[in-house]
Write a protein that binds this ligand. Structure first.
Ligand code: HEC
Length: 160
């Protein structure tokens, strides 16, 4: 009897542990997955914005041109740009309660969205090349082109 109580309790405990584990590892619902995808892509853009900020400030004459800072910023933007395609792999159109500015056209007019992403990648590569020369005018011109690539995609694919 004692034995039964002992093993019975142990068994009950392990069932309790297992069900906790199952609850914690429960796969996210499709909507939760979509929300995570939204957060990931927004995080990428926050980081792109943060990386580009010194160049944007130089373009607006808010800070002095600094070749080393410009090159660092350019390299970061160039590194992040190809990730745009990756973070939009998941089509989240069917979920209407997400906090997102992404337009349905990203998936509906995918060729156009991919072209805008390619424009961004090329502009970022050209910016790094220009920044490496240390030439102020060429770097700022290329930074302006990157800013246009950001804006052009937003005009077509991002809601206000
Ligand atoms: C190919 C298209 C595309 C390009 C290029 C692009 N963006 Fe965006 N961006 C988007 C879309 C779409 C969203 C909305 C994402 C969402 O809310 O799900 C967005 C969102 C953002 C956000 C808001 C992020 C947040 O906090 O939710 C910022 C900031 C941003 N972009 C900055 C930039 C900057 C800076 C560049 C250029 C260096 C850039 N983007 C280039 C499509 C683009």
């Amino acid at each position: 009897m004692k034995r039964f109580v002992k093993y019975g309790l142990a068994a009950m405990c392990s069932v309790a542990v297992m069900s906790t584990a199952v609850a914690q590892n429960a796969p996210p619902t499709p909507e939760q997955q979509a929300q995570q995808a939204v957060e990931t892509r927004q995080a990428l853009f926050k980081l792109m914005n943060f990386s580009f900020a010194p160049l944007a400030a130089m373009l607006r004459n808010r800070i002095q041109f600094d070749a080393a800072l410009a090159q660092k910023a350019a390299e970061r933007v160039e590194f992040l740009a190809p990730m745009i395609s990756d973070v939009f792999q998941q089509d989240t159109r069917e979920f209407k309660n997400l906090k997102t500015q992404a337009r349905d056209g990203i998936w509906g007019s995918k060729a156009e969205f991919d072209a805008k992403t390619q424009d961004m990648i090329k502009a970022a590569q050209a910016l790094t090349a220009a920044a490496k020369t240390g030439d102020r005018a060429a770097t700022l011109k290329a930074a302006g082109a990157v800013g246009k690539a950001c804006g052009s995609c937003h005009d077509s694919f991002r809601n206000e």
